[in-house]
Design a protein around this ligand. Structure first.
Ligand code: PEP
Ligand code: MG
Length: 595
């Protein structure tokens, strides 16, 4: 085996988007995705049999999956539809494809992933070169198969992760919300990814589980290797691969400052969220799982203002049953012990769940069959959830919130289905809260513009700025390339927020806000000035927002909101908000302010 002495690679600094605060230093664990990153490794002679064994294992597992898929498809859709899997199975058993894979491992001493990827690439190229539509289609099937086998090999990520004896920093091209939600905090110190935006659901989850995270680094995966030392600075968005000793020292000092600051903030948690002139602001937590209620309460929250129930789907390999959903809701309410809880009905679709399972992924999933639209088209799934929520409503004060409503018709349909479910429960003699309130999230411009009409037909609004920003500005919330255009400080977005608060007030219904800006200190005074008295936010930010609330008075906030309302650029808005925040408490708010 030729042996090359390699120069140590130099330090590399990458700038991304800070989405979950904190500074961590640790070793890189590259979480490769079959489609984006095939790890290349030269192997030693004694590893050859191990690699061939891995290859055989992956081929065997992929074959077993395909047999199950073929049989299930044949049962559900008939023999014709199942033929595609027959083709896949045939290829996997074809010696002219599999033989060269084994040979390359032995001859070229490379890992199984590379042998598989190269062999499939050759077949794909051959099919494409024939230039006929049928073969072009077949080339896509081959790619599919390639991903399946690579997935088996690289799916070992999980076992590699669990075999680690020290916690690591995950470096990946992209993580799905469910991958992030499934992370074990004892094993993962931090995260850095190539793709993503501040309010993509992966970022939201990282914040919720309090793992420092930087997304949108564009090419961090390419620069880091397994085992490299890396610094992830979730406050400034800097990721430093292979830092020098001096840089490490600087960051260790910063780490200490950050934990001292956290300690000070924790002292604010048990205090009341009341302004200097005596107005109480309700601070609720956004949660994805029942156990997060503990964090809401430990951080001094008053209840749950947004329960993202779809995460039960994202972390399960099957569709959760009514009973499983009921148990999750009941547990949440029991942990809340009489405090309020707003349960949002399933917000599936877009970046969550449905695309991975779809036969034909949507071309524009964020504008597609997501959220309430998905539920209205999948009534049984929707009814199952509504039954579970209603059954749980005897365990504590619950409100039901429908997401992404864009027309009145959708709200009416959702309420009709809810009525049907109530009647069914009545007939079955199952108790539930008959006075349960229903409201909607305002996260689409059409709903914001029609807020007056919506206010007549529901009990509350919760403004979801994460989506409202993306749909108002036509900026994908998860796309790092346009992240500079994505901001809650947009005068257009603020105008809509103001109109919604007005319409809600006029109709006498509650209006709150649960987008990520509710947890960003820079917006707190403005939101209070606009008339918001309830905010729902990531639990870890509650103490910081409380601290701001306790330092301001209502007339000052209202004056700021009027001033900001006259601006026509987001820069002006941001600069003013930042200056105001610094004025009220330069020491606390000088650093670590998300904007
Ligand atoms: C929002 O869109 O602001 C919101 C809170 O919902 P999600 O982030 O789950 O889309
Ligand atoms: Mg949303």
């Amino acid at each position: 085996m030729p042996h090359t002495t390699q120069q140590p690679k130099p330090m590399q600094t990458v700038k991304g988007i800070p989405v979950s605060p904190g500074i961590v230093i640790g070793r890189v664990f590259v979480l490769g995705e079959a489609e984006t990153h095939v790890p290349h490794r030269d192997i030693e002679e004694h590893e050859i049999d191990i690699e061939v064994g891995r290859l055989e294992g992956a081929l065997r597992d992929a074959t077993a999956d395909l047999v199950v898929l073929r049989d299930r498809t044949e049962q559900q859709l008939g023999r014709e539809a199942a033929k595609i899997f027959g083709f896949h199975l045939g290829l996997l058993q074809d010696p002219s494809l599999v033989g060269p894979m084994r040979e390359r491992i032995r001859k070229d001493r490379i890992n199984a992933e590379v042998a598989v990827a190269d062999a499939f690439r050759k077949v794909t190229e051959q099919f494409r070169a024939i230039g006929n539509e049928v073969f072009r289609q077949k080339a896509n099937d081959v790619l599919d198969l390639d991903r399946r086998v690579l997935g088996k090999l690289m799916g070992e990520n999980e076992s590699r992760l669990s075999a680690l004896d020290e916690p690591v920093i995950i470096v990946a091209h992209e993580l799905t919300p469910s991958q992030t939600a499934g992370m074990d905090r004892r094993k993962i110190l931090g995260i850095a990814t190539d793709l993503g935006g501040r309010t993509s659901h992966t970022s939201i989850v990282a914040r919720a589980i309090e793992i420092p995270c930087v997304v949108g680094c564009q090419r961090v995966m390419e620069r880091a290797d397994d085992g490299d030392t890396v610094i992830v600075d979730g406050d400034t968005g800097v990721v430093i691969v292979r830092p020098t000793e001096r840089t490490l020292e600087e960051y260790r000092v910063q780490q200490e400052r950050f934990s001292a600051y956290r300690k000070v903030l924790r002292e604010t948690a048990p205090l009341e969220a009341v302004t200097k002139d005596g107005t109480r602001i309700q601070l609720l937590g956004n949660i994805e799982f029942p156990h997060e209620v503990e964090s809401v309460l430990a951080n001094g929250g008053d209840g749950v203002g947004l329960y993202r129930t779809e995460f039960l789907y994202l972390t399960n390999d099957h569709e959760p049953s009514e009973e499983e959903q009921y148990q999750a809701y009941r547990r949440t309410l029991e942990l809340l012990a009489g405090r309020p809880c707003t349960i949002r009905t399933l917000d599936l679709g877009a970046d969550k769940y449905t695309q991975q399972r779809a036969h034909e992924p949507e071309r524009n999933p964020f504008l597609g069959l997501r959220s309430i639209r998905y539920c209205l088209q999948n009534r049984e799934l929707f009814k199952t959830q509504l039954r579970a929520i209603l059954r749980a409503s005897t365990s504590g004060p619950v409100k039901i919130m429908f997401p992404l409503v864009s027309t009145l018709m959708e709200l009416r349909q959702a309420k009709m289905i809810l009525n049907d479910v109530c009647e069914e429960l009545d007939e079955e003699g199952i108790p539930f809260d008959r006075a349960i309130q229903t409201g909607i999230m305002i996260e689409v411009p059409s709903a914001a513009l029609m807020a007056r009409a919506f206010a007549d037909e529901c009990s509350f609004f919760s403004i979801g700025t994460n989506d409202l920003i993306q749909y108002t500005l036509a900026v994908d919330r998860g796309n790092e390339r346009v992240a500079n255009l994505y901001t809650g400080a947009s005068p257009a977005v603020l105008y809509l927020v103001k109109q919604v608060v007005r319409s809600g007030r006029r109709a006498g219904i509650d209006v709150s806000l649960c987008g990520e800006i509710a947890g960003e200190a820079i917006y707190t005074m403005l939101l209070i000035g606009l008339g918001m008295r309830t905010l729902s936010l990531v639990p870890s930010q509650i103490p910081l927002i409380k601290r701001v609330i306790r330092s301001v008075d209502i007339p000052h906030c209202e004056q700021l909101a009027r001033r900001v309302g006259s601006f026509d650029s987001e820069r002006q808005v941001l600069n003013t908000l930042r200056d105001e925040l610094r004025k009220i408490d330069p020491d606390s708010f000088g650093g670590w302010m998300a904007e």
